[in-house]
Design a protein around this ligand. Structure first.
Ligand code: SAM
Ligand code: SF4
Ligand code: SF4
Length: 342
């Protein structure tokens, strides 16, 4: 048995970074095949997704969430794969919502949000992030690669707003030659809707999406494009370690965010840990290996054992992948984003 450890504390890693955010992937499956995340050539008909028994149960997820809050985690984001295809997700949200003081949110492709927004809110979900890469059907359908129409995602966003899952954030991954023409129309539309649009530089997550630096439209270029039509000025971060750099419209009509993980690495303030669908703990989005929390739990570890294990992993953490990205690191066999959670 591992020795017992203390109650709530701020656990810091080897670079002095606290543990504040936890992202939990609750399924490795998805109804989309976004070319930058789950390309069809890899995630085709024969792809072996995890067996149901391999997934963390709702009880296991909630137990881990409680243990992580003892180390300073204040925010949990459910992700995947597509989290809304995990059956009875409302039940899980209800269980997590009982943890005092926790900021609970979720990232979704929005495909079933119109149906589920009210139930999610009623279960205790506070707010939501919806991914949408274009308002142009042809572009969006080519990117999700399953011909899913824009209108249904917009319907989902409207339903989320009506249900009070606010503030709503919209994630748009930008890939050169694919959807950069959608940047300004997206900014215009969501400025008017009052939702926060966040542009994400196309990243070299996983090792199957064929990432090349040439495909990255930089955060700087994105801000310049929008600013020409709708002038922007920098805004202060809401808190240390915020992933998106904030820019507000000079006319006072809202803000956008840019997530420049390729061109302006923000590792030095990175307070995020991730738990994969089958319960492995990863201390970086670009990790090549995780630490098996599921095995510990299923082998009878106590909460104190989990506590000590997590503390040990986090205190040794030295990850700063984006800061040291190179031709060599890009080629590493990194964990896929649909498994580790975005
Ligand atoms: N299926 C949900 C969705 O799409 O919102 C949640 C999981 S998805 C992996 C989480 C976020 O990661 C999405 O906003 C998605 O656009 C983003 N993402 C996936 N692959 C990416 C890549 N290669 N570069 C940048 N962002 C990526
Ligand atoms: Fe699915 Fe989200 Fe990945 Fe697209 S980005 S394939 S919606 S998990
Ligand atoms: Fe955090 Fe790793 Fe991303 Fe750096 S590369 S910001 S350490 S997740």
């Amino acid at each position: 048995m591992i020795a017992s450890s203390s109650a709530t504390s701020t656990t810091r890693d080897s670079l002095g970074r606290p543990l504040r955010d936890l992202r939990i992937s609750i399924t490795d499956r998805c109804n989309f095949r976004c070319t930058y995340c789950m390309p069809k050539e890899v995630f085709g008909k024969d792809y072996q997704f995890l067996e149901r028994s391999a997934l963390l149960s709702f009880e296991e997820i909630t137990r881990l969430a409680r243990v992580f809050t003892k180390h300073g985690v204040e925010k949990i984001r459910l992700t995947g794969g597509e989290p809304l295809i995990r059956r009875h997700i409302e039940q899980l949200i209800g269980m997590l919502a009982e943890i005092p003081g926790l900021d609970l949110t979720l990232t979704t492709n929005g495909s079933s949000l119109a149906k589920k927004a009210h139930a999610l809110k009623a279960a205790g979900l506070q707010r939501i992030t919806v991914s949408l890469d274009s308002l142009d059907d042809a572009v969006f359908m080519a990117m999700n690669d399953v011909d899913f129409p824009v209108a249904k995602v917009l319907e989902g966003i409207d339903a989320a707003a009506a249900a009070g899952l606010t503030p709503i954030k919209i994630n748009m991954v930008v890939k050169r030659g694919v959807n950069e023409h959608s940047i300004v129309p997206m900014a215009r539309y969501f400025k008017q809707q009052g939702h926060i649009l966040r542009f994400i530089e196309f990243m070299d997550v996983g090792h199957t999406n064929g990432w090349r630096m040439d495909d990255v439209v930089t955060a700087r270029q994105i801000v310049d494009m929008i600013s020409k039509e709708m002038p922007l000025e920098p805004a202060n971060p809401n808190y240390t370690g915020e992933v998106a750099e904030r820019w507000r419209y000079k006319d006072g009509s809202g803000e956008i965010g840019v997530i420049a993980s390729v061109t302006q690495a923000f590792c030095r303030d990175c307070t995020r840990a991730r738990i994969s669908t089958e319960g492995k703990l990863y201390t970086c989005l670009f990790a090549t290996a995780g630490h098996d929390l599921r095995a510990l739990m299923r082998n009878g570890a106590s909460d104190d054992d989990l506590d000590t294990f997590i503390k040990g992993i986090w205190t040794r953490r030295a990850d700063r992948y984006s800061e040291i990205r190179s031709d060599k690191t890009v080629k590493l066999e990194k964990i896929e984003m649909s498994y580790i959670g975005g």
